[in-house]
Design a protein around this ligand. Sequence first.
Ligand code: GDP
Length: 506
Amino acid sequence: MPISWPRLAHLRHVLGRPSLRGSASWTRLLSFSPLARLCARQGSGAGSLAPGGTIFALSSGQGRCAIAVIRTSGPASGLALRSLTAAQEPPPARSACLRLLRHPRSGEPLDRALVLWFPGPQSFTGEDCVELHVHGGSAVVSGVLQALGSVPGLRPAEAGEFTRRAFAHGKLSLAEVEGLADLIHAETEAQRRQALRQLDGELGQLCQGWVKTLNKALAHVEAYIDFGEDDNLEEADRDVRALEAALRSHLWDARRGQRLRSGVHVVVTGPPNAGKSSLVNLLSRKPVSIVSPEPGTTRDVLETPVDLAGFPALLSDTAGLREGVGAAEQEGVRRARQRLEQADIILGVLDASDLASPSSCSFLNTVVAPLVTRSPDSSRQRLLLLLNKSDLLSTNASPMDTTLPPHVLLSCRTGAGLDSLLQALKTELAMVCGDPFTGAPVLTRARHQHHLQGCLDALGHFQLDTDLALAAEALRQARRHLSHLTGGGGTEEILDLIFQDFCVGK
Ligand code: GDP
C-alpha cells in the first residue's frame, strides 16, 4: 500500500516519542513500513539505522550439526561482513569464499567459514544479504550470533522476517510465501510436491491469467460505456462465463489441496477382533493400539499421524462395531460411528476366516453395502475393504464368495498383501488429494477458497442486459478478490496469520 505524506509525518511524530522507542509495536511498524525502507535507504548502516534495519538469525536448524547457516538481511549486511572478516571489501557477489571470522570488538577468532555476499536487489529478500556457513557447534554459532549483535545497526530477526521482507520487496507473492511455509513444514512426498508447485508460483500464474481475462472484459465494457462500441461485448460475456466455469471447477476441487496440506482422515472400522488395531500398528509402524484376542479392547478413538504411500494421513483406530454390549463399549461404538462420518477414506476390516459370522454379515450389510452402492459422484467417502487373517485360510479352501465387493486380501500377522494394500491406498489417496505432480494447481488454504468464491459471487452480478456500470463494478470486485488471493491487497492481519507459521531465520 503506498504511504501518504500525512501518514509519513504521523509516523515520524510517533518515532520521535521516546516512550515508544523499542516497544514491540514500534519495531513492527518500522520493520515493514515504507518509512523503514526509506530510513534503510538513507542510512548507511552504522548507528543511524532504526531497529527495523538489518536483521540476523541462524537459518539452519537448532542443535549440533556439521554446518550451520547464519544470515543477515538489510543495508548494514556489508558492514557486518567487513566487521567480522576484517576486510575492506566484501567477496565477489554470490561466490563462496573461505574467511576467518573474528569478533569485531575483541578480535578473537570465531571460526573459519564460507561466506557469501548477495548484494540487493538480487537476493532472497531483495536487500543486501550475507550468508555465513559456519561449523555447527553451539559455541561457534552463539559466538558468531553475538559478534553480529555487536555490529551497530544489526538486531536479531523475528520469526518469518526474512520471508516477510522478500514479500515486501515483491520477491514472492502471498501464495508463494504460503508455499514456502508449507514446504518448510512438509512431512510427506506429496506435501513437498504440492508446496513446491505453489512456491514456483503456479497458483499466482493461474490468477494472473484470470486477472487478464477480467481486465480484457472490463476494457470492452468500459469502451462501450465511454464510446458506445459494442463490437466486443459478446466476447467479454463469453470470456466471463468461461472464467466462471473454471472458477467453479477449481472450487469443486478445493478440498483436495487442503486435505493434502492438513492430512487425509483414514478411519479403520469393522467388527470386533477382525484385526483393526493390528492394521493400525502395521501401517503406522508403531504400537499405537493394544492388540488382543479379547473382543471390545479398543474403546476410544485412537489417532496417529502417518505417511501413507507418500501422502499425509491421520489414521484412526475405532471400537469394533457390535450391538448388545455394556455402557462403556456402547459409547465406544457411538464414537466409532461418529468418526466414520468424518472419514475421507474408510478401511473396512473383516476376518477372512470368519466371513459368515453374524458380526461380519452385519458389517457388510450396514456399513459396506451402502457405501458400495452409492454413485461415485455423490460419495464423499471412499471405501477399501480388507479381508484380514489370510494366513488362516487353508490353501485348498473353497474360493472366496464372489458376491463380495472388491477387496484386498491381507495378513497383518505375516505382512502378506501389504504391498497390494499400499498400492490400493495410494490410488485412493490420490483420488482424495489430487495428484500434486500434475493437474491444475490446487487451492491449499481456506483463504484461497474464500477469495475464489468471492470472485465467483461478484461475477454472478455481471449482467450485460442491465446497467453496464454495475457489470463493470462486478468485474472490478472480482479482480479485487483475485488480487487479495495473491497478496496484492494483503492486509496486515492476513500477513500476520501467514507469517506466524514461520520460524526464526526464514
Ligand atoms: P481388533 O479387535 O479388530 O482391533 O483386532 P486386533 O488387532 O486386536 O486383533 C484381534 C486378534 O486377531 C489378536 O489376537 C491378533 O493377534 C489377531 N490377528 C490380527 N491380525 C491377524 C492376522 O493377520 N492373522 C492372524 N492369524 N491373527 C491376527
